[in-house]
Design a protein around this ligand. Structure first.
Ligand SMILES: CC/C=C\C/C=C\C/C=C\C/C=C\C/C=C\C/C=C\CCCCC(=O)SCCNC(=O)CCNC(=O)[C@H](O)C(C)(C)COP(=O)(O)OP(=O)(O)OC[C@H]1O[C@@H](n2cnc3c(N)ncnc32)[C@H](O)[C@@H]1OP(=O)(O)O
Ligand SMILES: Cc1cc2nc3c(=O)[nH]c(=O)nc-3n(C[C@H](O)[C@H](O)[C@H](O)COP(=O)(O)OP(=O)(O)OC[C@H]3O[C@@H](n4cnc5c(N)ncnc54)[C@H](O)[C@@H]3O)c2cc1C
Length: 664
């Protein structure tokens, strides 16, 4: 099929070469080649490819998802993939791999929470798929408030075993992925009791199913929790344990130990047992970038080939991408995807470095990385889901079809604001850190790390520093506005908290009565962090780009900063970080920048370099022949393989013949 001329012209008139930017996103031309080889291995594989998924039943999809997980293992061995290759393959198919939680939570939990002997025993079994596991933490009654977990593990000194039980409905495990039908084992988080003394939430390895028959073991009641909005193949489950006994060495004992005679000891940081969640929060930030890059690619290409209506009366119908309002739906998502790319790269290295320190029992970096990973997981998933919905609607009626590729991406991404810590709750964790840093700054001590900008006192009366027109495209000046806005919102929340406390409210009550302001400050901190990483990316990752490409990536960053101010203008105005005249100039600059970026919109999404067989979209194929692909997809629907369906003889015909009132 030839390329649609409407999309070809976009590529021909772009001011830079997409491939240069692709190399930047991958890290180097060699890395691009390597990724392409890997993506071809997964995209071309009939067991991994998900082209027909939208026409499958739940059970067919589940089976295909298990086969896909297995196939990824085979490809990994055949082609000698490293961990990042594997992560990328998982990322591309995460909503359709039944053993996803085994990979991204069960194994990492054993690695992080087990001691040397436990690693030696369990990791080879898990890595070789001799056992399949889940991460069973959430209960019917408690998901967020982990100190409230009610499943009990009581130590029995006489037999050196833990006895695990579910005392009431609210204490059953509820939600763990792959628990329903696909796990033989679980890393199960339960409250440990020794001689009736509560020793807090601890991790245990519990076998759930017989490895030969796959039947639940005695005392284990397990099943699926029912159909969900998406992620149909991650069979989320429930689990009731009736006095199930496990040996003492099946409590994962890296950070807390129980001796044979029942002595409880702790080592490491207080929240060390929460460390698996941090890794997945980093994974979710990656996933938000991928989802947004997919969405932006599909909708930008579709908007460049769909013509409808006219701008100049009587002139030929225009591409919908030429409507300014359509640009406002599409261009922010491109700019955000690029900002998220820089941010997730930073986060990856930050996490790896801090994790290495933690491995050497240096926990000093934990509070800051907990704040950053919690905040970015929340912020990036909030923004990604909001923008994906805008993008989906920007496809008009075809935005409601499953074959468009964006709907599935959207509904699976919708899980991310909830899983791994509900977003509001995570913003409140960020706010705790903001309040601590505020206290440090107030004492005159230097605040370190991502909030070091708090050290600079904001002068009153304050000026924004935006003097010349050039200042409005100076990303460092714009970043300063964001930092000031964050500090002021933090101060405001802090002042409110103190005021309530001084007026007699206990601290916990004052906290709850300030939580709206606290979440607002936390979001501002996250937004500022993402912009900061985008700007850092310009001078690190983008610096070797040819001038024309660098200019476009710079424009995107400027637009990201300006557009963010227009979206949050209330916060900027209220804190006095800009005035109304400055806001008007910012709005105008943002619009002008958007028009410049429009020229390169298709080339910018091409640079994400997502092959058609992974994009899985009728609307967003590289060749721009959306109508042909829509038609082909409709024709391949199994319901269209018969001209007359059985329902005709059964119901429609009797109705046409007036027999519909008799009993069916
Ligand atoms: C290098 C990696 C690079 C790339 C990775 C790439 C790819 C990976 C491949 C694939 C992964 C891909 C994608 C993922 C995509 C999709 C994922 C889809 C599904 C995933 C499955 C989802 C699984 C789950 O949902 S599991 C269940 C998760 N549950 C939660 O998250 C519970 C949330 N609740 C909590 O975390 C806590 O209850 C709480 C933090 C809210 C409160 O806890 P608690 O009550 O105990 O706290 P407090 O006593 O109030 O104390 C708070 C103090 O504790 C500190 N704290 C809290 N948490 C931590 C932590 N994790 N680390 C450090 N410190 C922590 C906090 O700072 C407070 O300290 P303070 O000094 O007292 O203020
Ligand atoms: C698709 C999916 C997959 C999952 N996979 C797993 C898994 O593999 N393993 C596992 O263990 N769990 C899993 N979960 C569970 C998930 O981690 C929890 O649902 C999540 O952490 C939220 O907890 P919750 O359901 O208790 O929400 P709740 O805490 O009940 O949240 C409900 C509302 O209460 C608010 N709220 C709660 N506490 C506070 C507070 N302190 N302050 C202010 N507001 C508050 C929240 O903001 C939210 O608006 C999964 C969930 C989903 C949807």
């Amino acid at each position: 099929m030839s390329v649609n001329p409407d999309i070809q012209v976009e590529r021909d008139t772009a001011t830079f070469r997409s491939i240069d930017v692709t190399h930047m996103l991958d890290g180097s031309p060699e890395a691009t080649n390597q990724r392409r080889i890997r993506q071809k291995q997964i995209g071309d594989d009939p067991q991994i490819n998900r082209r027909n998924i939208i026409f499958m039943s739940h059970e067919e999809r589940y089976e295909a998802a298990i086969a896909r997980g297995l196939r990824i293992e085979q490809l990994k061995a055949e082609h000698d993939w490293d961990i990042m290759d594997e992560n990328n393959a998982i990322m591309w198919c995460f909503s359709d791999i039944a053993m996803f939680v085994h990979k991204v939570m069960f194994i990492p939990a054993i690695e992080r929470l087990g001691n040397k002997e436990q690693h030696d025993k369990w990791l080879p079994l898990a890595i070789d798929h001799k056992i399949l596991g889940t991460y069973a933490q959430t209960e019917l009654g408690h998901g967020t408030f982990l100190r409230g977990l009610e499943m009990e593990a009581r130590y029995d000194k006489s037999t050196e075993e833990f006895v695990i039980s579910t005392p009431k409905h609210s204490s059953m495990k509820w939600w763990p992925g792959s628990l329903g039908h696909s796990s033989s084992h679980a890393v199960l988080l339960a409250t440990l009791y020794i001689d009736d003394q509560n020793c807090g939430m601890q991790p245990f390895i519990v076998q759930l199913r017989d490895l030969n028959t796959w039947k639940p073991l005695p005392g284990v009641e397990v099943g699926g929790i029912g159909p969900k909005m998406a992620l149909a193949t991650t069979d989320n489950g429930f689990l009731v344990l009736n006095n199930v006994r496990i040996p003492r060495d099946q409590m994962l004992m890296k950070y807390a130990q129980v001796s044979k005679d029942g002595k409880f000891t702790k080592s490491g940081a207080a929240k060390a047992n929460y460390s698996t969640m941090m890794l997945v929060r980093v994974g979710i930030a990656h996933s938000c970038y991928f989802s947004l890059a997919v969405g932006a690619t599909i909708v930008t290409r579709y908007s460049a080939v769909r013509r409808q209506g006219e701008i100049k009366p009587g002139a030929p119908e225009v591409k919908i991408l030429d409507y300014q309002t359509q640009q406002l739906k599409v261009i922010p998502s491109i700019a955000t995807a690029y900002a998220f790319h820089f941010c997730k790269e930073h986060l990856k290295w930050y996490y790896i470095e801090t994790f290495q320190q933690i491995q050497q029992n240096d926990f000093s970096g934990l509070p800051e990385i907990h704040c950053v990973t919690s905040g970015l997981k929340a912020y990036m998933s909030d923004i990604a889901t909001a923008q994906l919905e805008t993008l989906r609607r920007a496809c008009g009626g075809n935005g409601y079809l499953l074959s468009n590729g964006i709907t599935n991406t959207y509904i699976q991404t919708l899980a991310l604001p909830t899983v791994e810590g509900e977003n509001t709750v995570l913003y409140l964790q960020v706010a705790r850190y903001l309040m601590k840093c505020l206290k440090v700054a107030a004492t005159g001590e230097a605040v370190k790390g991502s909030l070091s900008y708090m050290n600079e006192k904001i002068k009153t009366p304050y000026t924004s520093g935006l003097v010349t027109r050039e200042d409005y495209s100076n990303v460092k000046k714009l970043l300063k506005l964001y930092q000031n806005m964050t500090v002021r919102l933090t101060q405001k929340a802090g002042d409110h908290l103190n005021k309530l406390h001084v007026s007699g409210q206990p601290k916990y009550e004052a906290w709850n009565n300030t939580s709206v302001q606290l979440v607002n400050a936390a979001k501002a901190y996250c937004q500022t962090y993402v912009l900061g990483m985008n700007i850092e990316g310009l001078s690190t990752q983008a610096v070797d780009l040819p001038g024309d490409a660098l200019e476009v990536i710079h424009q995107l960053c400027v637009f990201y900063a300006l557009h963010g101010i227009t979206e949050q203008s209330g916060n900027f105005l209220e804190t006095g970080c800009i005035n109304i005249t400055e806001l008007h100039i910012i709005q105008q600059e943002a619009q002008e920048m958007m028009a410049k970026i429009r020229k390169n919109a298709v080339a910018l999404v091409d640079a994400f370099d997502i092959p058609d067989n992974l994009l899985n979209s009728t609307l967003g194929c590289y060749d721009g022949n959306a109508y042909q692909h829509l038609y082909d997809s409709a024709k391949s629907d199994p319901m269209n393989q018969k001209q007359v369906l059985p329902a005709f003889e059964k119901y429609i015909k009797p109705m046409l013949q007036g027999k519909h009132t008799s009993k069916l």
